[in-house]
Write a protein that binds this ligand. Structure first.
Ligand SMILES: Nc1nc2c(ncn2[C@@H]2O[C@H](COP(=O)(O)OP(=O)(O)O)[C@@H](O)[C@H]2O)c(=O)[nH]1
Ligand SMILES: [Mg+2]
Length: 202
């Protein structure tokens, strides 16, 4: 993997609405999860220093497909943008559809080796986040929590929330220290690029 660049070279592979369309289950994959609108797609763009690699949206609940991205032109290393959960206005059938899609993905991928969980730093740890965290734990994967949109708060406020979040996470295992992040100002991008490279090299 190219270790010189500050950013990752990321390119889009496919958007899959069904399991049978997934790319081959080889190499290492990191899934990006979180409530809809928390900034999953924006974070993929920030990691690549690109504006339009992953489609971002002001309307929550848009990404319903599972989107695969290749890292550094290597089919063995992928980031996966999962459909967001916790969208209050989602219909029952949308929620069921989300559950099926994400369960199909999480249960079937041997390549999956880590999860990046995104929360909006202004309202972290909603009920849907706890549910997801608990469920996610059963897969025995390392989880990195990012508190995104930190540009919306003062530094002091962000640090207080970071501290509270670390306490919240102490009940869960396999979680690395949470990080403050901003896909807008690139705060935290260096650390996340480093983390992804470490995960993929292990
Ligand atoms: N201010 C700010 N806005 C952000 C940040 N990350 C994402 N957004 C905005 O939040 C909205 C949802 O982002 P998106 O990446 O589509 O979220 P997703 O649904 O989780 O993929 C968009 O309007 C983004 O521009 C951030 O770090 N700071
Ligand atoms: Mg998205």
């Amino acid at each position: 993997m190219n270790s010189n660049s500050k950013f990752l070279n990321i390119d889009f592979v496919s958007a899959c609405s069904e399991k049978k369309l997934y790319p081959e289950d080889i190499g290492y994959e990191i899934a990006i999860c979180g409530r809809s609108n928390s900034g999953k797609s924006s974070i993929i763009n920030a990691l690549a220093n690109s504006k339009k690699l992953a489609k971002t949206s002001n309307t929550p609940g848009r990404t319903q497909s599972i989107n695969f991205f290749r890292i550094n032109q290597n089919d063995d290393h992928k980031l996966v943008d999962l459909p967001g959960y916790g969208y209050a206005k989602a219909s029952k059938s949308m929620k069921r559809d989300w559950g099926v899609k994400i369960t199909d993905y999480m249960k079937s991928r041997d390549a999956l080796m880590g999860v990046i969980l995104i929360m909006d730093i202004r309202h972290p740890f909603q009920e849907a986040d706890y549910n997801f965290l608990e469920w996610c734990q059963s897969f025995n994967l390392p989880i990195q929590l990012l508190l995104n949109k930190a540009d919306k708060l003062s530094r002091n406020k962000s640090i207080n929330i970071l501290r509270d979040s670390a306490k919240e996470l102490s009940d869960f295992s396999l979680l690395d220290d949470p990080q403050i992040f901003s896909a807008k100002t690139f705060d935290g991008v260096d650390d996340l690029v480093r983390k992804i490279k470490t995960w993929m090299a292990s």
